[in-house]
Design a protein around this ligand. Structure first.
Ligand code: 2AM
Length: 186
């Protein structure tokens, strides 16, 4: 270290710890297994297929937030009416711009968009503004996927019964997710 470099404790600002967080729906292991099997069938052979335990549907991506603000973010989840609904995953999509292969629904329940809106408004009320992009409910099945190999598949039924606040950790193998909080539908 150069002699004039700031040292801990000598007045240099210390960055507050942050966590990369998002609200999501997390499938049961049975639904995750079906989605993972679909990913293996549909993704190009050199794509990076998501592990079954990482599959989810993002409702509100917050990104990096100071760890000491997490209780405020959790309070947004506490104040949200988590719906019970059935999501029929009957659509396979591929976004060439980010090489994502995803599963979605041709007719997602209105409750999902309402839930995403409610979370977005709750976050806005505590000063967290989400990226202004339309909510497209999807489960990312594979990344670095150049094309989809199949289009038709047996629909997967997902009984939605609550949601989570997840923390994303990145390491050499990709993202690892940790459940910070879970909420059940009333
Ligand atoms: P994706 O699967 O379509 O990439 C954790 O990163 C989750 O948040 C992923 O499901 C990811 O969606 C979603 N997400 C939404 N906006 C994001 C952003 N700006 N950066 C990274 N992830 C984002």
């Amino acid at each position: 270290m150069p002699a004039d470099a700031p040292r801990p404790g000598d007045g240099a600002p210390v960055a507050a710890p942050t966590a990369r967080v998002f609200f999501a729906l997390w499938p049961t292991p049975a639904v995750a297994t079906q989605l993972h099997q679909l990913a293996r069938k549909a993704a190009a052979s050199d794509a990076r297929i998501m592990r079954a335990d990482t599959l989810h549907l993002t409702l509100a991506f917050i990104g990096d937030v100071a760890v000491d603000r997490l209780p405020e973010v959790e309070a947004v989840g506490d104040q949200t009416a988590w719906p019970r609904c059935t999501l029929q995953l009957d659509q396979l999509g591929h976004w060439p711009h980010n090489q994502i292969l995803w599963a979605g629904s041709q007719s997602p329940p209105d409750a999902l968009a309402q839930l995403a809106d409610e979370l977005s408004s709750g976050l806005q009320a505590i000063g967290i503004r989400l990226a202004a992009r339309p909510f497209v409910p999807h489960v990312t099945l594979a990344r670095r996927c150049r094309h989809a190999q199949v289009k038709a598949f047996a629909p997967i039924e997902w009984a939605v019964e609550g949601g989570v606040l997840a923390v994303s950790h990145r390491d050499a193998t990709g993202a690892r997710y940790e459940m910070c909080r879970r909420w059940s539908a009333a």
